[in-house]
Design a binder for this molecule. Structure first.
Ligand SMILES: O=C(O)CCC(=O)C(=O)O
Ligand SMILES: [Fe+2]
Length: 323
């Protein structure tokens, strides 16, 4: 019994349509880049202030950076990886029958063009649930990782807030398990020779995201108008700024577009942690600044994103919230 979702048969028509050539996705052949690497151990030394400055500079220049000495034990990362393999290796029928559309996604249900097609499957794990939507994965492993990533995300968000001269405790107070979530991603090997998207280009609708990825590669980010592949670093986690931080920082920190390109040779796994505030949190820049964006609540933002995806097939994001 096959464990991979029936992506090929479902999208056969779309993939063979001459109106939809899949060789023009702008898949990059550019050089892999080494994102800024921040050694978090420095926060415990007399160089802590330099380290914080580097974090804020990376968030402003790149919107993406890597962290090493991040405090997540490597054996926990190994454990989550093998749990994830076990979970996705279950027969597809079981995965699709057992889990609601809210907790399991495969492909791109609404895709009408290859540009909207994601060659992947994913589990959504809200942290406010006392039970996981599935029994097949060790709950303790997920909870252990979620707790550590949540602490790390708060630490980084606090530093980024402080560097803006804003109250560092504010984000900690607003971003609780009530709305934060994790996503387990699986990108099956893709037999189409001209690579398709594993995950379509997007920005994240949160304050910041922490990504645990394996060594396969495929993540790319937009910089200087070009797609740049991120070289996996076995010791590092990838951090990226989301839309809410871009708005809250009045454009200082950048929510950068990113995507995953599928591989014809390897499958790939990743885990993402999304730092989100409670739904009624108001996102606004400091009063002393001329705002780029109008003030909005996280609830309003999420609803608008969902509405846009439903009505026009993609997220518009912050461009809808200009002042
Ligand atoms: O798997 C990856 O490398 C990126 C995942 C991602 O961007 C997301 O889940 O929002
Ligand atoms: Fe993302």
């Amino acid at each position: 019994m096959d464990s991979n979702p029936p992506l090929m048969s479902t999208y056969k028509k779309l993939l063979s349509s001459p109106l939809n050539p899949c060789n023009d996705l702008g898949v990059c052949s550019g050089e892999e880049c080494q994102l800024p690497v921040i050694d978090l151990e420095l926060l415990n030394t007399e160089n802590a202030e330099f380290c914080k400055t580097d974090i804020a500079a990376a968030a402003a220049d790149w919107g993406f950076f890597q962290v090493v000495n991040h405090g997540i034990p490597s054996d926990l990362l190994d454990r989550i990886q093998s749990e994830q393999v076990k979970l996705f290796q279950q027969p597809f029928d079981k995965k699709s029958l057992e889990f609601s559309a809210n907790s399991y996604r495969w492909g791109s249900p609404a895709a009408t063009s290859v540009h909207q097609l994601s060659w992947s499957e994913a589990y959504h794990i809200p942290l406010n649930q006392s039970h996981l939507p599935f029994k097949q994965i060790a709950r303790e492993t997920i909870e252990e990782l979620a707790a550590l990533l949540s602490r790390l995300a708060s630490l980084l968000a606090g530093i980024l807030a402080e560097r803006l001269g804003r109250n560092a405790a504010y984000l900690e107070e607003k971003c609780t398990n009530e709305t934060c979530y994790m996503r387990l991603n699986h990108y099956p090997q893709c037999p189409i020779p001209s690579n398709l998207f594993g995950l379509v280009p997007h920005t994240d609708s949160d304050f910041l995201t922490i990504l645990v990825q394996d060594q396969v590669g495929g993540l790319e980010l937009m910089k200087f108008g070009k797609w740049i592949p991120v070289k996996p670093n076995p010791d590092a986690l990838v951090v990226n700024i989301g839309d809410l931080f871009q708005a809250w920082s009045n454009g200082v920190y950048k929510s950068v577009e990113h995507r995953v390109v599928s591989s014809p040779h390897h499958e790939r796994y990743s885990v993402a942690f999304f730092l989100c505030p409670s739904y009624d949190t108001i996102i606004q820049s400091q009063e002393t600044e001329t705002p780029i964006y109008r003030r909005f609540s996280f609830r309003e933002y999420r609803q608008q994103v969902q509405e846009d995806v439903k009505l026009i097939g993609h997220k518009v994001g912050l461009a809808r919230f200009l002042a």
